[in-house]
Design a protein around this ligand. Structure first.
Ligand code: CTP
Length: 409
């Protein structure tokens, strides 16, 4: 999604500047053309050499701004070329300058000369972050639709405090930039309430043993990211997900469940208010008939397990859904994918089904890439070739939007 995109990064003077080196490196590896501006104080933390080595391009400083070595003013040339602009870490000082339109260095002049979406990743000490004037500036700046934000999260800060003010982690920033590269910051789902389920459920036999599946929740996290980046008010109900995959500063609500029954309860409590419901969870179909609240000793384990069905949550949603709601299911299939998915679409009264092959190493459970065929209730199909799960999520939202317009929802 970032291939050949021109990403301009403004680094301000904060200790989190060292983390931006990782962002520069991963953007370069993703095929982006990366240009970096360092403020004077940023150079107290990282050097132009570090940045130019990682970006494979000269790092720009205020010294370049005032030298007549460029054919066009440097801030104009950089601003015009940028498809995306990241400012990380955003310090209290630069936040205030941006809020009031001040332009006293290369970075702030380039911001004013640019037109592309700008992603802000603030980082500062908790006391500083919580100052009323900082919060006022932050709220005011974000009212401008050009600005997008990530974090800050909470955690251990370099000042030894634990609290708000920690810059978002580099992989989160890179993912957010990928999402922005696709959407260009458009808020086409603004105000839409989007309920997403993801990950696998676990049906326990006792506290340590369960029936489960290898779903990691990556597809659902990608859907939640894409939908919230496009203005949706997102709730993600998810089965167990590895903590390192969860964002530290998500801009959506996360509800963690374990069993299909818990997932059903959570989903049902958000159903009425939701405009779009996407069931990407790998929900168990059955659970052990008996549950022991004490761990069953090995010698007493049954040699055969009695099972009973769990509710088909999507089937229930299909019966309950109102005309204004869009219901989307996933059909994880081996072998032929379209016909079984079509059957599920009709059988569960869905608006869209995502037919998803899971028998190829690079797609399906746990991978970062996916491939699918989207099918709507009119049996129109759209084949999505192999792409990142984030891109597939954006494309599914595009498909849902077109479907919703054509059926006048
Ligand atoms: N699903 C659900 N509740 C279940 C099982 C599945 O809501 N108890 C949902 C999944 O989230 C998915 C869709 O139903 O969106 C299809 O799931 P899948 O496992 O592919 O199909 P099943 O309906 O379970 O049918 P089968 O296992 O026979 O393929």
């Amino acid at each position: 999604m970032l291939k050949s995109k021109s990403v301009l990064i403004g680094v301000c003077g904060g200790i989190a500047a060292y983390k931006v080196c990782e962002v520069i490196s991963s953007l370069f590896q993703a095929g982006a053309e990366v240009r970096v501006i360092l403020t004077d104080t940023a150079q107290e933390f990282i050097t132009p050499l570090t940045v130019s080595t990682l970006s494979r391009h000269q790092a720009y400083t205020d010294r370049d701004f005032w030298q007549a070595t460029h054919s066009r003013p440097l801030h104009i040339a950089l601003a015009e070329k940028a498809d995306l602009f990241l400012i990380a870490p955003l310090t209290a000082n630069t936040l205030a300058k941006l809020t009031y339109g001040l332009a006293d260095n290369l970075l702030t002049n380039t911001v004013l000369a640019s037109r592309c979406p700008i992603l802000l990743a603030p980082a500062m000490n908790t006391e500083m972050w919580e100052q009323p004037m900082i919060q006022r500036n932050w709220q005011q700046l974000r009212r401008n639709t050009r600005y997008h934000s990530i974090g800050p999260g909470s955690g251990l800060l370099a000042c030894d405090r634990k609290g708000a003010g920690r810059m978002a982690e580099p992989p989160e920033i890179t993912t957010k930039l990928q999402s922005l590269a696709y959407s260009q910051g458009q808020q086409d789902f603004k105000g839409k309430r989007i309920l997403i389920s993801g990950g696998g459920t676990r049906e326990h036999l006792d506290p340590v043993r369960f029936l489960g599946n290898p779903s990691t929740g990556k597809m659902a996290l990608a859907l939640a990211q894409a939908a919230s980046d496009r203005g949706g008010i997102v709730t993600l109900v998810h089965g167990p997900i590895a903590p390192e995959l969860l964002p530290i500063s998500p801009n959506y609500k996360l509800i963690s469940v374990v069993s299909a029954e818990e997932m059903e309860t959570a989903i049902m409590s958000y159903l009425v208010e939701s405009d779009i419901i996407i069931m990407s969870a790998a929900v168990a179909d059955v659970k052990p008939t008996d549950y022991s609240s004490e761990k069953i000793p090995k010698k007493q384990l049954p040699t055969e397990l009695k099972l009973k069905p769990v509710t088909d949550i999507l089937g229930r949603l299909g019966n309950l859904k109102k005309a204004h709601q869009t219901l989307i299911g996933f059909a994880a299939q081996t072998g032929e994918i379209v016909n079984p998915a079509l059957e599920k679409l009709k059988g569960k009264n869905l608006d869209i089904i995502v037919a998803n092959p899971i028998d190829k190493a690079e797609f399906g459970f746990g991978t970062n890439t996916n491939q699918a065929v989207f099918i709507n209730a009119k049996e129109q199909q759209k084949t999505i070739e192999s792409c990142s799960k984030l891109e597939l999520a954006h494309r599914l939202l595009d498909f849902a939007k077109i479907g919703a317009i054509s059926s006048d929802k």
